[in-house]
Design a protein around this ligand. Structure first.
Ligand SMILES: *[C@@H]1O[C@H](CO)[C@@H](O)[C@H](O)[C@H]1NC(C)=O
Ligand SMILES: *[C@@H]1O[C@H](CO)[C@@H](O)[C@H](O)[C@H]1NC(C)=O
Ligand SMILES: *[C@@H]1O[C@H](CO)[C@@H](O)[C@H](O)[C@H]1NC(C)=O
Ligand SMILES: *[C@@H]1O[C@H](CO)[C@@H](O)[C@H](O)[C@H]1NC(C)=O
Ligand SMILES: *[C@@H]1O[C@H](CO)[C@@H](O)[C@H](O)[C@H]1NC(C)=O
Ligand SMILES: *[C@@H]1O[C@H](CO)[C@@H](O)[C@H](O)[C@H]1NC(C)=O
Length: 261
């Protein structure tokens, strides 16, 4: 599924920071810092203002640090996420060039990360791409209703459970929503039609029940729709004729009745 969505990826790729080089310098650096601090203290500097967030935004760095604190990271994928490195250079983080300090992408697929995603991620309001696929994240989907700019949301192949919240339907710029291969339950929200820009929707391999909401026909640009391996029922809605851009559709392994027309 991810491979198919790859086709749509036009957003700039994260430039990963080679953080290995840093370790060499760390020892030397900490000596220098220690000396500097001692010097400052001996001069009786009253205010040592800790301005770790130069050219940045406290909300953004705070949201990321909360995410890190709640995440199990057995392979050290978030090693570079420390105060010595500007957060815009942390592994997986991309900041805007137009609005310095604003995080526009967080991409950490396949990094063996686990735990519950903190709600703070929902405060990265400039985010355009969130890709945490193929990790071990669990719990409910975090609140993402403030992410009005998000166009790629990929949380597939994790262990999320609970429902798909209606509030997610506020992310109306979404082009790709991939929540496949989790343990999501309950219905596909009727409000799915609010995601009228969607090109790809992947909800396969969950435990979704109920019908396929006919409002899905509102997403007229839809090219890929994967709903297979759920527990969807009822009759196949009479809408696929309207989705004239559809090139890949999979509804298999459900309890659906009727034919496609
Ligand atoms: C997310 O990451 C996976 C693995 O690198 C990739 O295959 C997929 O295309 C990415 N999806 C998006 C929407 O960026
Ligand atoms: C940081 O972000 C918050 C929330 O988006 C905003 O209210 C605040 O003005 C920003 N601060 C700076 C210095 O850009
Ligand atoms: C990120 O790292 C690059 C290369 O080391 C550096 O040129 C740039 O100034 C850093 N960005 C920030 C915001 O610190
Ligand atoms: C989100 O940001 C707002 C305003 O900066 C703050 O009051 C709130 O606690 C933050 N929420 C989370 C979950 O971090
Ligand atoms: C969704 O967007 C609507 C209109 O923009 C707003 O009234 C509503 O409060 C939003 N809901 C959430 C959960 O953010
Ligand atoms: C259908 O999409 C339009 C935008 O094209 C939107 O304004 C409307 O609310 C959507 N309707 C439903 C039922 O989701």
């Amino acid at each position: 599924m991810s491979v198919l969505f790859y086709y749509f990826l036009q957003v700039t790729r994260t430039r990963l920071m080679p953080d290995c080089a840093l370790r060499e310098e760390t020892h030397y650096l900490s000596m220098v810092v220690l000396l500097a601090v001692l010097l400052l203290l001996s001069y009786g500097a009253g205010h040592i203002h800790c301005s770790t967030v130069r050219h940045g935004n406290r909300t953004e760095v705070h949201s990321l640090l909360e995410f890190k604190a709640a995440t199990n990271d057995p392979t050290g994928a978030l090693r570079s996420w420390n105060r010595r490195v500007h957060y815009c250079n942390w592994t997986g983080v991309t900041c805007s060039s137009m609005k310095p300090g604003r995080v526009i992408a967080l991409r950490l697929p396949g990094q063996s990360l686990s735990g519950e995603i903190t709600p703070s991620i929902g405060n990265l309001t400039y985010l355009k791409a969130l890709n945490l696929s193929s990790n071990g994240f669990s719990g409910q989907l975090p609140p993402l209703n403030l992410l009005h700019e998000v166009i790629h949301l990929e949380l597939s192949s994790n262990s999320f459970h609970g429902i798909i919240p209606d509030s997610l339907m506020n992310c109306s710029k979404l082009l790709i929503l991939d929540l496949s291969s989790n343990m999501l339950q309950g219905p596909i929200p009727k409000k799915i039609g609010l995601l009228y820009n969607l090109l790809g929707l992947g909800l396969s391999r969950n435990k979704l029940t109920g019908i396929i909401p006919p409002t899905i026909s509102n997403a007229t640009h839809l090219q890929i729709l994967f709903l297979q391996e759920n527990e969807l029922g009822g009759s196949i809605p009479d809408v696929f004729g309207q989705l004239s851009n559809l090139i890949k559709l999979d509804l298999t392994y459900n309890n659906l009745q009727g034919d496609l027309c």
